[in-house]
Design a protein around this ligand. Structure first.
Ligand code: GCO
Length: 479
């Protein structure tokens, strides 16, 4: 069944169709023009930490090629570009003297985006913490929230006459949980839960102070949000029991990890840690000073979410959520993340219902092993199908009245994927890391049509069998 020639979609007329990247992953110029080292510059120097010993010293050389990259964004027809600012490029030692040349790079980048009618969405922290401050305790230091607020003011003073969309932190679940708990992200710590959660508490204070700083100093009326990555799931069947179990799985806080929604989102929106989390973490819960939650809980204009994949959930006989094993032969990315478009619908629905804020999908995309074919094109048909399915599920949320404001495809460029180095390609644009040659992938041309049609072209080849796609092998259904 096709409903091609559909001329409209449920996407709102002013929907923000964007793409994202992050400073350490694309900029390179790791020590150019006065930039100070970040914890990722240091972590990638350590043998065995990064696949094939890769690092971000050059990356996509976006620091020097930003004008060419913005021209490609314009060719794709992006309405917005989500960039992040490198804290140590702006403040080489994290506090004190501003590096004017470093700040000027972002000034030029924002001007280039404005000239291309692409709205700059600025993430203040996407993991490249100043190494000089790491030596002073990093996120464990009691002063870290203040350090972050002072850095925020430097960026807001420079860019807020043109930038009005601000994201404070990207994925505290990862830079705290994986960087300070598991240790396979920078700064590479393996701390006990109590210390990990204390560092996490400081990042929540940093978020709150940054939000206050933006609102107190921005020239243009700011819209402030953040970009966490929580657990996203979808129900194995449409039964009420499975739906309820799915929602409770997305609310849960597990004592053995930090990858959840509520531990991070509740303080920011409700001004308290969730009871489920306090029970799960017990004595390891952070010390909260009086007044902390008044700082952390700041009014937000949107709730960002990075959603890629999330397993199916079914209700056990007692109603408790049980993860459904991945079906044999299920589709997955190069990262081996299962392709689960329904998770984008259910994850957005859960967050919108819990936090009653407009939702912005701040990241979603597919890692592939793309290459330039003999015809000079990059035929990433899997990414096109992936994005089409996810965006149809996002449209379902919009149709049901969920206030979804925007979508940032991860990523505009193939880039440095943290511990995996350059193994995975997420870009709409292929980057030849030796030649730095850019090639628009087929998905870039496809995304341009989606943007031009405001989502209508998603229906050009949609199938009625979208949900068969994730049906476990044992229950092939035919509708
Ligand atoms: C993250 C980060 C991005 C990643 C992307 C793919 O979510 O881990 O925000 O920097 O590169 O999500 O993993």
């Amino acid at each position: 069944m096709n409903d091609s020639n559909k001329t409209s979609s449920a996407y709102p007329k002013d929907f923000v169709w964007g793409a994202a990247a992050a400073s350490y992953q694309v900029e390179g110029a790791w020590d150019a023009d006065g930039k100070g080292p970040s914890v990722w510059d240091k972590f990638t120097e350590q043998k065995g930490k990064i696949w094939e010993g890769h690092h971000g010293r050059v990356a996509c050389d976006h620091y020097n090629r930003y004008a060419e990259d913005v021209a490609l964004m314009q060719q794709i027809g992006l309405k917005a570009y989500r960039l992040s600012v490198s804290w140590p490029r702006v403040l080489p030692t994290g506090t004190g003297k501003v590096n004017v040349k470093g700040l000027d790079f972002y000034d030029r980048l924002v001007d280039e985006l404005m000239a291309a009618s692409i709205a700059p969405w600025v993430t203040l922290f996407h993991w490249d913490f100043p190494y000089a401050l790491e030596l002073k305790g990093g996120w464990l230091a009691e002063d870290s929230p203040k350090w972050f607020a002072d850095y925020t003011k430097v960026v807001v003073d420079k860019l807020s006459d043109r930038v009005s969309n601000w994201i404070t932190l990207n994925e505290p679940q990862i830079f705290i949980g994986v960087g300070h708990g598991r240790g396979d992200h920078a700064p590479g710590m393996n701390l006990e839960t109590r210390k990990v959660l204390q560092a996490g508490h400081n990042t929540l204070l940093a978020h709150g102070l940054a939000a206050q700083t933006i609102r107190a100093n921005a020239v243009l009326q700011p819209k402030v949000g953040w970009a966490p990555v929580g657990a996203s799931h979808y129900p194995h069947t449409d039964s009420q029991a499975d739906r309820d179990a799915t929602m409770s799985a997305m609310e849960a806080v597990k004592s053995w990890d930090y990858w959840n929604n509520a531990w991070w989102g509740d303080p920011v929106v409700f001004g308290e840690y969730p009871q489920t989390g306090l029970e799960a973490y017990g004595d390891s819960a952070p010390k909260v000073k009086s007044g902390d939650f008044a700082i952390i809980k700041q009014p937000l204009d949107f709730y960002g979410c990075n959603i890629y994949s999330g397993p199916a959930i079914q209700a056990a006989p007692d109603g408790k959520p049980v993860r459904v094993p991945t079906a044999t032969g299920a589709a997955h990315s190069h990262f081996l993340w299962e392709v689960t478009p329904e998770a984008l619908y259910w994850g957005s629905k859960f967050l919108a219902e819990r936090y009653k804020l407009p939702i912005v999908v701040t990241e979603n995309g597919l890692s592939g092993n793309d290459w330039v074919s003999l015809d000079g094109r990059v035929h990433d048909s899997h990414r096109i199908d992936f994005l089409n399915r996810y965006l149809l599920c996002l449209e379902r949320a919009i149709k049901e009245g969920i206030d979804i404001r925007g979508y940032f495809q991860w990523s505009i460029l193939d880039n440095f994927e943290w511990g995996e180095g350059y193994k995975h390609r997420f870009g709409l644009v292929h980057v030849g890391y030796i030649t730095q040659k850019r090639t628009l992938k087929d998905s870039a041309y496809w995304y341009r049509k989606v943007i031009e049609s405001n989502g209508a072209s998603l229906h050009d080849f949609a199938s009625a069998h979208i949900h068969d796609y994730s049906a476990p092998a044992t229950t092939i259904t035919s509708k």
